[in-house]
Ligand binder design. Structure first.
Ligand SMILES: *Cc1c(COP(=O)(O)O)cnc(C)c1O
Ligand SMILES: [Zn+2]
Length: 415
């Protein structure tokens, strides 16, 4: 419970439920009726002033707790999540011919991805609800972050992942001591099994498709971007999209800052998917309802054939006057090495999909070179070393011989 919550609005039927008690989905619309948390913005306006932020020494996402729907009580026991660096680009921006570019490096969160923002909130809500076990299904990052924060707070976690989840993520989940269920199937199958189990055993549900508080965590990335830019965010914010919870959060963060009078305008949002799994891009291109897709991309974190947060994602891009774009896997791999060698930032495939999308949007004139842009790098490259190998050439063994070294260095153009 949080004193600033006013209630929940169903994203499907629009009905408003006035209550401070935690809710999951709309009682009329069932599990498709994902709720949106609404606050008493007039009351928050008195609290969340520019001075409040200036004097706040909590350099983590917890600095925003009045706007996150959580109680303050256990926050100090949590790991530090968020307040990740917003890096001003000098090299990559020059390479792209872009006037102003920032990189939000969310791979530097405790478990290495943006998902920590949602999982931290989930674990606190699970404690508030008195839950004995927390559970979710995930392509890998929500899973590893849920396991991470559950471990830190001493709550058992049961985690469902599809069998293709990369080794780094699988290792994290087990290392954090969670009960890992590797489902012999794709993400859709893992999601279905987790849903059945959560209903059957009454566990706390961290699935972003059901739990409205996940967006409340995810939106802190925008609150940080705005604050780090002195409440003048860039013209565009670019983010990769799988389930749609992240992009929904990115929009909501800016929308609420605007509502609170802290920023003048909401940035345009570019949602990026892989061509191998692009249900949102297809729906926007064909102006048709979202259809189930294959999950055919190496960007495993956004290989989501049935997005579970479609309305929040579609509205985020539309209301921001943004756009959708998709990129082939080859361009994702290229973006991975480009970001590494120009900025020293190593993102996993789904994370650098934002950069691949920016590059294409510049080529197509969707974003112009004199606009300012922030790309969100949502996950750390070390999570998926196998795919990262595709972005590099493997080193050959060197004889310990200075003449051989000389030849090699000349080939490389270093001497
Ligand atoms: C989850 C994830 C995304 C996409 O977020 P959704 O909420 O599923 O749209 C993008 N990149 C990474 C690294 C992720 O883990
Ligand atoms: Zn409803």
């Amino acid at each position: 419970m949080n004193k600033y919550i006013r209630g929940y609005r169903c994203t499907v039927c629009g009905e408003f439920f006035e209550t401070k008690e935690a809710m999951m989905t709309c009682p009329h619309c069932g599990e498709k009726g994902i709720l949106d948390v609404e606050y008493d913005y007039d009351a928050l306006k008195q609290v969340l002033t520019k001075d409040y932020f200036k004097n706040n020494r909590d350099y983590s996402m917890w600095r925003y707790f009045p706007l996150m729907g959580i109680e303050e009580e256990n926050i100090h026991k949590m790991l530090r999540i968020g307040w990740t660096p917003l890096v001003k680009s000098y090299n990559l921006s020059k390479e792209l011919g872009l006037k102003e570019l920032y990189i939000k490096d969310d791979g530097l969160n405790p478990s290495g991805s943006s998902k920590d923002r949602a999982s931290g909130v989930a674990v606190l809500k699970a404690i508030e609800a008195g839950a004995k076990v927390i559970s979710c299904s995930s392509t890998g990052n929500a899973a590893s972050s849920c396991a991470c924060h559950a471990a830190h707070m001493g709550i058992p976690a049961v985690i469902f992942v599809p069998k293709r989840a990369p080794i780094g993520k699988l290792t994290q989940i087990s290392l954090y001591g969670a009960t890992l269920v590797v489902v012999d199937g794709d993400y859709k199958a893992a999601f279905r099994l987790s849903k059945e189990a959560i209903n059957k055993y009454g566990w706390y549900n961290r699935n972003a498709a059901i739990n409205p508080f996940m967006v409340e965590g995810k939106k802190t990335v925008s609150l940080e971007i705005a604050e780090q830019l002195n409440f003048k965010p860039t013209d565009w914010v670019v983010v990769s999209v799988g389930d749609g919870c992240t992009v929904g959060g990115v929009y909501k963060g800016f929308y609420e800052l605007h509502k609170l009078g802290l920023i003048e305008k909401v940035p345009k949002i570019l949602g990026v998917q892989s061509e191998g799994c692009e249900p949102f891009v297809k729906a926007s291109r064909e102006k048709s309802p979202l259809e189930e897709c294959e999950e055919n991309t190496l960007a495993d974190s956004i290989a989501v054939g049935i997005p579970r947060n479609p309305l929040k994602a579609l509205r985020a891009v539309e209301n921001s006057h943004g756009n959708w774009i998709s990129v082939p896997d080859t361009e994702i791999i290229n973006a991975m090495s480009l970001l590494g060698k120009t900025e020293g930032i190593f993102g996993e495939p789904a994370a650098v999909t934002s950069l691949a999308g920016l590059k294409k949007a510049l080529e197509k004139g969707i974003i112009s070179k004199d606009e300012s842009v922030t790309i969100i790098i949502t996950g750390n490259g070390l999570k998926d070393p196998n795919n990262a190998q595709k972005a590099i050439s493997k080193p050959e063994l060197m004889e310990p011989n200075i003449n051989k070294l000389d030849i090699y260095l000349k080939e490389k153009g270093v001497i």
